[in-house]
Design a protein around this ligand. Structure first.
Ligand SMILES: [Zn+2]
Ligand SMILES: [Zn+2]
Length: 233
């Protein structure tokens, strides 16, 4: 496939890609899977990458999207077709095809990022059958359930200094507003002692734990499709 055409395909709506790439008999089922995931930006990115660049042009529809591992907004996702399963890395608004799920995961840096001690450890923890892994959330709630900046889960306090944490006094960004100076009665913060004191004031006032609506909103799907990665060898 020519590079220019490929770029064009990555801009098309997933439903259009399905029209062009899936066998007639599978189309309605493929579209139903797309409908299920269309409100999850990460899932949509993965579907677009798959259908725009089918591995070895097998023209197989996607039957499910699974989660093999997650860490701080990044995910190892498994894309299942009727015959095969493919492992993708979803990170930094990109979907990167890694390898067939049956081959496991061999990239040492990706293994260690997701806290697998080895390729064997990955296989042991995720199993051979991708159908047993949890599915990606249809509405993107999985991706939104952790703070995009500091990685805490919904209901937990942000790591102090996280730019997503709202200020309990003025409700703008706590890392940016001037409330810390006003509360401490100083013009600038010079030492750790002042920071500790500010943390006490903050806790006395009551910090905002992370909730999903604090995350900056995702770019609207279709607006400016992020690039798809290619297989790493
Ligand atoms: Zn945070
Ligand atoms: Zn403030």
């Amino acid at each position: 496939m020519m590079t220019g055409l490929k770029d064009e395909l990555h801009r098309l709506d997933v439903s259009v890609l399905i029209e062009y790439s899936v066998h007639e008999a599978d189309k309605s089922r493929a579209l139903a899977v797309y409908e299920r995931f269309r409100n999850n930006p990460a899932a949509l990115r993965l579907l677009r990458c798959y259908y725009a660049d089918l591995p070895e042009a097998r023209e197989e529809m996607v039957v499910d999207l699974k989660v093999a591992a997650e860490k701080q907004g990044s995910m190892l996702a498994v894309l299942q077709t009727p015959e095969r399963a493919y492992l993708y890395l979803l990170a930094d608004d990109q979907a990167v095809f890694l390898q067939e799920y049956a081959e496991g995961l061999t990239d040492a840096s990706i293994l260690s990022y997701f806290e697998f001690s080895s390729a064997d450890d990955f296989r042991k923890k995720t199993g051979r059958d991708p159908a047993r892994l949890p599915s990606l959330a249809g509405d993107g709630s999985d991706a939104a359930a952790t703070c995009v900046a500091c990685g805490v889960k919904a209901g937990e306090f942000h790591v102090l200094g996280c730019p997503v944490e709202p200020c309990p006094w003025c409700e703008s960004q706590l890392s940016r507003c001037n409330c810390r100076f006003e509360q401490l009665g100083v013009a600038s913060i010079e030492d750790d002692h002042q920071l500790d004191r500010f943390e006490e004031l903050l806790e006395a006032k009551g910090r905002f734990p992370f909730s999903t609506e604090q995350n900056p909103s995702y770019p609207v799907a279709g607006d400016d499709p992020p690039p798809c990665g290619t297989e790493k060898k």
